[in-house]
Design a protein around this ligand. Structure first.
Ligand code: UT7
Length: 356
């Protein structure tokens, strides 16, 4: 039976380090608050006008290709996960294809909008294509440039201190080794709480804002029967309604419930137990969430990879960056059982079990 394996993985983070103390100069926050509530000490921000979500994805891709022993020309299909694309449309998949210089191959490019669980969703799609024999080298990218779209005033501090920029990429290939590869992937969503963690403007919704869930806000839109409505009104601009919003405590409570649930589900399907896990790579949402999940699963410190301290939350990029780092550090060896898990906006959540 054909299975898929991660043949190469790589990551890229911008050079510019932004410490918590730097943020205290532009908003009312403290290093103590950020570290105590999130575990974050610093994050990376892109060089404005020089780097983009796509260019970071390209940098990570080149490393993943090299480690997989392939050239970018060998890529059969592109899957790009991000919530911070270069353009509203088209997505980053085609931009990455162009920057890699492989447009002549005309391979398909798919964009994934699943926020923090985007990479695991994308990996699951790659797994299906590879196992059915459709493609031999699927590129899966998670990349985010949050620093261009956060509210750096005190109003946005609960969100802006958390997020950072970066990218990770993986090459997914077939393997006939029965002992190796992706054993199971589990994908879930519940749109009931879509606005609990969201960036809802600009959009086609027509007057609903997440700051107060369920309460209609008058945006000053033109009459419903007029044409060519503008997406932004002066009120929306003044109120900063184009920034992401999060009801942190609500999201936190859902995350600590769904992470262990979806991990156990993947284990169950593969006929394995929590004691079989060698390395857990949780989406880096909050160090307290990762530590809670670790306790729930009874894992030791050296069985969970955390790097939120250095990069913050990089959404779709966080799982591949952490996976890549753990691999580079020699913490993932052939035969190890690696578990990827993520939860985030949507809500969407997902897990993947890989025999490395
Ligand atoms: O990756 C996608 C999924 N995301 C998550 O899973 C995130 C889940 N949520 C969280 O990680 C946490 O809820 C946060 C880190 C976002 C917030 O931590 P919290 O312990 O839940 O704090 P809170 O939102 O309840 O706010 C507590 C206080 C408030 O002040 P008052 O009302 O108690 O006076 C906030 O205004 O902390 C205040 N606060 C801040 N103070 C200093 C909020 N942000 C900041 C800040 N600096 N940056």
């Amino acid at each position: 039976m054909l299975r898929s394996k991660i043949a190469g993985i790589g990551y890229y983070v911008p050079e510019r380090v932004v410490t918590n103390n730097e943020l205290t100069k532009i908003m009312d926050t403290t290093d103590e608050w950020i570290q105590e509530r999130t575990g974050i000490q610093e994050r990376r921000y892109c060089q404005k006008h020089e780097e983009t979500t796509t260019s970071m994805g390209v940098a990570a891709t080149r490393i993943a290709c090299e480690r997989a022993g392939i050239a970018p020309e060998d890529i059969d299909f592109i899957i790009f996960a991000t919530l911070s694309p270069d353009y509203y449309f088209p997505g980053c998949g085609v931009l990455l294809q162009r920057e890699l210089g492989i447009t002549h191959r005309e391979v398909g490019a798919l964009d994934i909008r699943n926020q923090c669980s985007g990479f695991v969703y994308a990996l699951s799609i790659a797994d299906q294509f590879v196992r059915t024999g459709t493609y031999k080298n699927v590129l899966v990218v998670g990349s985010e440039m949050h620093s261009m779209g956060l509210d750096f005033s005190t109003r946005g501090r609960n969100v802006s201190v958390i997020f950072g920029d970066g990218a990770g990429a993986a090459i997914v290939q077939p393997t006939e080794d029965p002992g190796r590869g992706i054993l199971s992937t589990k994908l879930h969503a519940d749109g009931t709480y879509a606005e609990k963690l969201a960036l809802i403007n600009p959009g086609t919704h027509g007057g609903f804002h997440s700051r107060k869930l369920g309460e209609d806000i008058d945006f000053g839109y033109p009459p419903a029967d007029s044409y060519g409505e503008i997406f932004f009104t002066p009120k929306m601009l003044a109120d900063g309604m184009y920034y992401p919003n999060m009801e942190g405590q609500f999201v936190f409570k859902m995350a600590v419930q769904k992470f262990p649930e979806v991990i156990r589900e993947a284990l169950h399907e593969a006929g394995l137990q929590t004691t079989d896990i060698d390395m857990l790579i949780p989406h880096q949402a909050n160090l307290r969430i990762s530590q809670f999940v670790q306790r729930q699963l009874g894992l030791r410190d050296d069985q969970v990879w955390n790097n939120i301290q250095r990069y913050g939350n990089t959404t779709a990029a966080s799982v591949p960056i952490a996976l890549s780092e753990a691999w580079e550090a020699g913490k993932i060896k052939e035969g190890d059982l690696v578990c990827l898990a993520a939860f985030g906006s949507g809500f969407t959540w997902a897990s993947a079990l890989i025999r490395w």
